[in-house]
Design a protein around this ligand. Sequence first.
Ligand SMILES: CC(=O)N[C@H]1[C@@H](OP(=O)(O)O)O[C@H](CO)[C@@H](O)[C@@H]1O
Length: 410
Amino acid sequence: MIDRDKAFRTLSEYGQEHLMAHYDELDESEKKDLLDQIGIIDFSVLDNLDAEKNSNSVRGVFEPLGAVTIDDIASNSVNYEKTGIEAIKSGRVAAVLLAGGQGTRLGFDKPKGMFNIGVDKELYIFQCLINNMLDVVKLTGAWIPLYIMTSEKNHNETTAFFAEKNYFGYDHGYIRFFIQDMAPSVDFNGKIMMESRSRISVSPNGNGGWFSSLVRAGLLDEIKEKGVEWINVFAVDNVLQRIADPGFVGAVIESGMQSGSKVVSKAFPEERVGVLCLEDGMPSIVEYYEMTEEMRTLRNEKGELAYKYGVILNYLFNVEKLEEICDRKLPIHVVEKKIPYMAENGELIKPDTPNGHKFETLVLDMVHMQDSCLAYEVVREKEFAPVKNATGTDSVDSARELLKANGIEI
Ligand SMILES: CC(=O)N[C@H]1[C@@H](OP(=O)(O)O)O[C@H](CO)[C@@H](O)[C@@H]1O
C-alpha cells in the first residue's frame, strides 16, 4: 500500500489532488481503501485527453478487404473442418469470453451473461454460449479451455452464478476466470470523479484490456504449458455465435494468416458494426461511429457496399503473435459516457446525459497489429444474434426470434 504522502505526490503530478479532499474525515478502513485505489490506478491514461485529438483521429488510407465467402467456405468445409478439429483435439485452441460488462442497456443490473433470454424456460445468455461450445466438445471429443474475463463489479456474481448452475454442464476444470483492469473516469475538465468520499469512479478499461489482464492474472503461462496456439476471443452478447468453430479455426490455419475475424455482410450502411478493411495495407477495423458517410455508403462495381464486411466480435489470435505485440501500447479511446458521481453534498448523482469521459482500449485495435487477418464470412441468421438493447434492433426480442429460427427452445 502507498502512504498518504506518496499518494498525494502522485495526484499532484496529474492535477488530481481533489481525490484526497475528504481524506482526513475518513475512518481507517476508508483511508486504506482510498490509498489502495490511488496505488493501482494508471494515471498515465489521462495524458490521452490532450493526445487524443492527435493520435486516435489520425488514420491511414483505407481500402476494402476481401473475405473467404459463404460459398468459398461451403466448397472447402470438409477440409477446413478437418484441420480445425485436429487443432482442437490436440489442445491447440482455447477461448476467451469477454464478460466484464453489466446488462444495464437491457435494464438488468447484473452481469449481462446472467440475463435470462428464455421465455417458457430458463435460458441464460451464458448458457447459450456454453451450449454452443458443448456442440464442439461433442464433435471433437475435446474440452476447450475457456477463460472468462469478468470485471471488479461483476466478478463475484459471475463466478457464483456459474458454480450455482454447475457450469451449465461444462467441465469446470477447463474454466478459469480473470478480472479486467480498471481505468478512472473523468469529468469534461479532466478531473477524476468520485463515487463517494473514499471511492474513486473507475470502470473496466475496454475490451482491448483482455490480453494484458490475462497475463497479469498469470494465465498466459498456463496457456503456453497446455500448448495452446490459437485463442478465440468472443463477446458475451451474441447468443448464436459459434465458438472454437472448427471451420473457422481450420480456414485461418490453412490460410497461413496470423489472425482471423468472423464477419457478416452488412445488412445496411448504418448497421452498428465495425468493418474489417485494410489501413495502409494492414488489416484494420473501423468502428461504426468512426466511419465517414462516404466510407459507409461507397459501392463497388457490383453495386455492393465497398466496405461490406462487418465484424461480429469473434476473433482468432495466435498466441505467439499476441506475446510479441503485448508490450506495444494499444491506442486509448476517450469515450463520452454518463458517469455517476458524488455531488458537493456527498449525494450520488446518476446523470441523464453524458457528463464525462472513460478511457478504453479496444480488442479491434489488436487486429491492426497483425500482419494479416482472414475475414471469414458467416451466415448472419445462423451466427449473429447480438443482444444489445431491450427491444427493437439487436435486442432481446430479435435474438429470441433468431434462436427460435435456429431450432433452439427458449
Ligand atoms: C469495440 C468493439 O469491439 N466493438 C464491437 C461491438 O460493438 P458494440 O458497440 O459493443 O455493439 O460489437 C459489434 C458486433 O456486435 C462489433 O461490430 C463492434 O466492432
